[in-house]
Write a protein of this length. Structure first.
Lengths: 272, 186
């Protein structure tokens, strides 16, 4: 087959002439018949590349279906998780909190923005519990997210234990009495970090806190809790100033409050 | 062919497209009857299709398929022995001279047979066909296997079951006669 063509008799002009004019070909009808016969001879199982595709599909359809189901399940479970600090405020079981007498009107005229939280926690300590509840929900949420090296079952158990510890921390903290409304805003806002600090001692919480994206979520939850708390706490502070006899400062704070919250309905005891 | 044997129909389509013209021209020139050529052509390809399961690449596909075509032609000639042309049997004296050398002289000149109204291309094609038809069958066969099949001397010798030197001599005679016949076109 690889014979050298040195002794091959040839006549290039004649070959060129022959190839130039020898162009007759079989009819398309016979082409069609032969190609159809060739395809038919291959049989039903191996008819064409389409049949190969069919075999490929039959071989891989089960793994593909499983993989697709898994991906869809994971996607849906991720989509079902509420964003950090959004709406979900679980009721924290704990000792009955006696609402401060002065706080009752504040709850009565709760900030419309803070209505969901105020409905659950009408008083300041209860609102602190609401903030803690946010943290608790966040901890559960973090526990639900897939974490490297933590088994799902362990993760659920640990998150439950974290939630329980948060609840017990809230319960263990003595409910502030009505005599304490003079506490400053900063002191009150320190309650949540203090409680959080007790939880942070837990190793699971530390792992969760170390997870990427955790810091922004916590900051967002804090800011939301702060926003919910601000108006009523401010009013409590104004009341405390009045009780202390610092009327000038109380008036100044009240004016500032009105400027800050022009639509907020003032409690009766603070109306001019 | 191996791909087709493995079940790839597209491979057969490619193969068919590559050899449909050369094989058809080989059969048409050899038998001289377009209708019969188409029938033989179809049968050759059916043989190829049916032989796919046992196909082994012992030689080039062109050698294989032209050998099938040649055998089919011989079968046809055997079945219709009374219609065989005289020139198919080589003379005993000269193995290279497969037909009467003066056959060309007995044929009418191609230019006389072609009507003046016929297109020049058709005229030239007709002359080539006639020149080929005028060749002795064995010489024409060797020429067609070389030109249409692209076979080498050894492959032609294997396909035609004769010696290499005989094949070479036949091809040289065929070229010489064709050149003489088509001198004015070259």
């Amino acid at each position: 087959m690889t014979e050298p063509r040195q002794d091959f008799p040839s006549d290039p002009p004649l070959s060129r002439l022959y190839r130039q004019f020898a162009t007759d070909e079989p009819s398309p009808a016979i082409d069609e018949r032969i190609l159809a016969a060739a395809e038919a001879a291959l049989g039903a199982g191996e008819r064409s590349p389409g049949a190969n595709h069919g075999r490929w599909w039959r071989r891989w359809r089960t793994p593909l279906a499983l993989a697709t189901t898994l991906v869809l399940t994971l996607t849906l479970s991720l989509l079902q998780q509420p964003p950090p600090g959004d709406g979900f405020v679980p009721v924290v079981p704990g000792p009955p909190v006696t609402p401060a007498p002065a706080a009752a009107p504040a709850a009565k005229f709760a900030d419309p923005e803070a209505r969901p939280a105020a409905a659950v926690a009408p008083s300041a300590p209860a609102r602190t519990a609401g903030a803690l509840s946010d943290r608790q929900a966040e901890a559960r949420q973090q526990a639900r997210q897939p974490s490297i090296g933590v088994d799902a079952r362990d993760r659920d158990a640990k998150s439950e234990s974290v939630a329980e510890r948060v609840s017990s921390a809230v319960a263990a903290k003595p409910a502030p009495s009505a005599a304490e409304p003079a506490a400053t805003r900063s002191e009150r806002s320190d309650v949540a970090p203090a409680v959080a600090g007790t939880v942070t001692g837990n190793s699971t919480e530390a792992q969760l806190a170390a997870a990427p994206g955790r810091a922004p979520a916590t900051a967002l939850a804090k800011s939301r809790a702060q926003a919910v708390r601000t108006a009523s706490v401010w009013l409590d502070e104004i009341r405390a100033l009045r009780r202390e006899g610092n009327l000038q400062e109380a008036e100044r704070q009240l004016r500032e409050f009105r400027r800050e919250y022009p639509d907020y309905p003032l409690p009766e005891d603070l109306r001019p | 062919m191996l791909a087709y044997r493995a079940g790839d129909a597209q491979a057969f389509t490619t193969l068919y497209g590559r050899y449909r013209g050369p094989l058809h021209r080989y059969l048409a020139r050899q038998c001289g009857n377009p209708t019969l050529a188409e029938e033989l052509y179809h049968e050759v390809w059916i043989k190829v299709i049916n032989a796919r399961a046992h196909y082994e690449p012992l030689a080039r596909f062109s050698t294989w398929i032209f050998r099938i075509a040649r055998h089919r032609l011989i079968d046809h000639y055997r079945q219709h022995a009374h219609q065989l042309p005289l020139q198919f049997a080589p003379p005993a004296g000269d193995p290279a001279a497969d037909g009467p050398d003066d056959l060309l002289a007995n044929l009418p000149a191609p230019s006389h047979e072609t009507p003046h109204a016929v297109h020049e291309r058709q005229h030239v094609a007709e002359r080539i066909s006639l020149a080929l038809a005028a060749l002795p069958s064995a010489q024409r066969e060797v020429f067609l296997l070389a030109e249409e099949g692209g076979l080498t001397l050894d492959e032609i010798a294997a396909a035609t079951d004769c010696g290499r030197e005989t094949t070479k001599s036949r091809l040289r005679y065929a070229l010489s006669k064709l050149r003489h016949s088509l001198q004015d076109l070259l």
